[in-house]
Design a protein around this ligand. Structure first.
Ligand code: DC
Length: 232
């Protein structure tokens, strides 16, 4: 199979990661979750007693980077991020780590620190990579670029249901306001803000369910690359 790169950008809660994971499986390529890298740096900042406000500054973050070694591994197609020898697993999925990840991602030295590892994965493998700046900065040459979004209500509802299903006690209003706050921060920051690449395909999946979204994206990839799904 020829090597391909698919870039999926968009705000939180649009289903980028679950949809990309399913698409990767159907195409037999790897799924790269770049948010996990920012979450890992955010986790390290929190472990080192940095406040969320401090995590937005180069002054606090740049010196910390020297103490961080991140490895990305794939086990049965699932991505594992290893921080200084420790597989962090779900520790990076806590809601406060989302805020830390968003905070550290606004610091240019953090973005520069994570850049090469992301590019390297796409040089070596066929990938579907999701994030905020994949089509614009990380893989500007990707054959397929999708900006995946949905209304903030639809996205907050999905995120709320996910958290409730996991047994996390949350209020819908809090999920919605945190999502709006993070969207605003991610799209207005100076360094690699969240925005569609000029040549990205805009896909609003507010009215699509999970299977419909996967099917839509598979079709687009098949059309643009000629690669065929190996599994229906
Ligand atoms: O996709 P996610 O929710 O796991 O991402 C967490 C944060 O990381 C998000 O708020 C912004 C940041 N991020 C980024 O700036 N660039 C990326 N390519 C991926 C994530």
């Amino acid at each position: 199979m020829k090597k391909i790169a698919v870039a999926i950008d968009g705000p939180g809660g649009a289903g980028k990661s679950t949809i990309s994971k399913a698409v990767a499986k159907k195409l037999g390529i790897i799924y790269v979750d770049t948010g996990a890298l920012y979450r890992t740096v955010g986790y390290y900042a929190r472990e080192n007693g940095i406040s969320v406000e401090g995590a937005k500054t180069a002054e606090k973050m740049t010196p910390l980077l020297d103490g961080i070694n991140i490895e990305i591994k794939y086990v049965d197609g699932a991505q594992h991020v290893i921080l200084n020898g420790e597989d962090l697993g779900d520790k990076i999925r806590q809601p406060d780590i989302s805020m830390y990840a968003s905070a550290v991602s606004s610091v240019p030295s953090v973005r520069a620190f994570l850049l090469e590892a992301q590019k390297e994965l796409a040089r070596k493998n066929s990938v579907i990579m999701d994030g905020r700046d994949i089509g614009t900065v990380i893989l500007p040459e990707a054959e397929v670029k999708i900006f995946l979004t949905a209304s903030s209500e639809a996205r907050a509802t999905r995120r709320y249901k996910e958290l409730i299903a996991k047994g996390v006690e949350v209020k819908f209003e809090d999920v919605l306001s945190e999502m709006n706050e993070r969207d605003h921060a991610d799209s207005t920051r100076a360094a690699a803000p969240l925005k569609p690449a000029d040549d990205a395909h805009y896909f609003d999946n507010s009215d699509y369910d999970f299977d419909g979204s996967v099917e839509y994206i598979i079709k687009l990839i098949e059309e643009k690359t000629g690669v065929k799904a190996i599994e229906e």
